[in-house]
Design a protein around this ligand. Sequence first.
Ligand code: ZN
Length: 387
Amino acid sequence: MANPLDVVDVTRRLIAFETINPPGSERPCAEYLRALLEDAGFHTEPHDLAPGRASLVARLGDGSGDPLCFTGHIDTVPLGERAWTRDPFGGEIADGRLYGRGATDMKGGVAAVVCACVAQADRLRDGPGVVLVITAGEETGCDGAAALVRDSRLGRAGAMVVAEPTANAPYVGHKGALWLKARTRGVTAHGSMPEHGDNAVHKAARAITRLADFDFNVKGHPVLGKPTLNIGTVRGGINVNSVPDHAEIGIDIRTVPGMTHAALRESLARSMGEGAELDVTVDLDGVWTEPDSPWIAAAAARAGSVSGHPPVPATATYFTDASVLTPAYGGIPTLILGPGEPSMAHQTDEYCLIDRLTEAVSIYGALIDDWHTGDWTVRAYSKSRAI
Ligand SMILES: [Zn+2]
């Protein structure tokens, strides 16, 4: 019998590893989790993303069916400009809250997954089991997950739980993200003789004006709504008395499932006109599983029986590693459900509720239980192919 782990203790230990991304430095955190999982009999494979940076894939099962996948990332965003009133790496506890950078997004979720799986290790050995995909580099665009896919480290899975913050409510999807950098170029000249130059900022301004009227020409999604476009940054020029020869526009587009990012990019390039070069900085597809697909419906109901949340599937405003992992696993049913508070992600004095952590361990335990007794390994997967 594996020693049961305490989810609060594991979350506090994860918070103590400084994994702010950039630069990341996730390796010691991944090694700590690797040791816990190895002790419980899991087969573990660390995967290098860069020097000092590692993701981790851990498996337990007899290969008799597709395992249930749990995923979470161990990098965090920076601390932000505002001063914290709590130690961001101290794991302080007060009034039922556990504070720290990553408490909500999403070291609490990773800790709950690991604790639930270790608690069930003895029974996971006989049956389809689980695969844990613990990633580095999620916050900057799912880099760790993409590297695992590129190097074929995922194996198979029949359904997936993403432990991102939902306050343990079931979410069934999120929009995709296409971030672009548009560049315009010109010719510099003295600011007193602009007729000798070619002003790159004027070209950028014309491109921005055209984008303001951009028509996605799609109907939208019944739950996720319409795609959006935001111009987040504009940079151009070095000094006021020179004609700028370079300008850059940062564009954040959120797409809905069914849109093709390559086609969208072409349409944007046409709309911006000649002279604007487009580079892609983030390209992540949206995620959506029909709420009434068999495993999702059963898992949401099961989670609700533990948490008291009605199983009304919602969607996330953020993107997750599922953008990369779900298609890599062949479009498997994907449930986003984790103990963090969605409103606390990336915030100063980030915290998660201790009750939610223990509740998530119970929910994940129940989902593992159902996976082993309910023959979902076949049904969930065949349904996913049909979506
Ligand atoms: Zn996250």
